[in-house]
Design a protein around this ligand. Sequence first.
Ligand SMILES: *Cc1c(COP(=O)(O)O)cnc(C)c1O
Length: 227
Amino acid sequence: MESVHPTLHDVLQTIENAAVLAGRPRQVGLLAVSKTRPASAVRELAAAGQRAFGENYVQEGAGKARELADLGLEWHLIGHLQSNKCREAAEAFDWVQSVDRVKLVAALDQARPADRPPLNVLIQVNVDGEAGKSGCRPDEVMPLAEAVAAAPRLRLRGLMAIPEPHPDPGHRRASFRRLQELQAALAARFPGIDTLSMGMSDDFPLAIAEGATLVRIGTALFGPRGQ
Ligand SMILES: *Cc1c(COP(=O)(O)O)cnc(C)c1O
């Protein structure tokens, strides 16, 4: 029996309303971003039916995945990945959404344990060209995707991005739209891709309107993060 979780229910309802408006009912998934939250908070959401969780730090995510292994949840790495953490990431996570350079591809491919399914990979794009931010340039997406697709222990699923947190919603909307265009170009070359990960607590309906298939939500589910 699934328990009742009013906040999860509200977020799922808002996602579905936006998906229906976009003409894509039941095609947008929720990634619950559990960074900084205790394993007990994850367990509570899992009891209400949430299966996919996102973490920013390899060690923190791996620790929670171990502690909650009995629940059979799906774990996504969404934070910047250092190459010396690829082994642990490939062992602990089901998805890595933050692949943004070729160096990570070989390291993740080599480290993915043979007894697990291939690691699901999203390519992170720095869509607004922000200085000092993770993500590849838009023109680097295709060569990176070729490398991921050629790696036997990785499975290319699509793109991820965090648009510039610009106060003008029109600006953000344009960024989401450019991502959808990049995704379409990628899908023309790799028809198997199915995931466009964009949209967070304060802009996910807009992201869904522009083609998101997976939204990453922390604050709206768990409340504000402490400092
Ligand atoms: C923290 C984080 C989120 C969730 O942000 P909220 O505003 O709390 O919903 C989503 N994606 C990434 C990459 C994050 O680091």
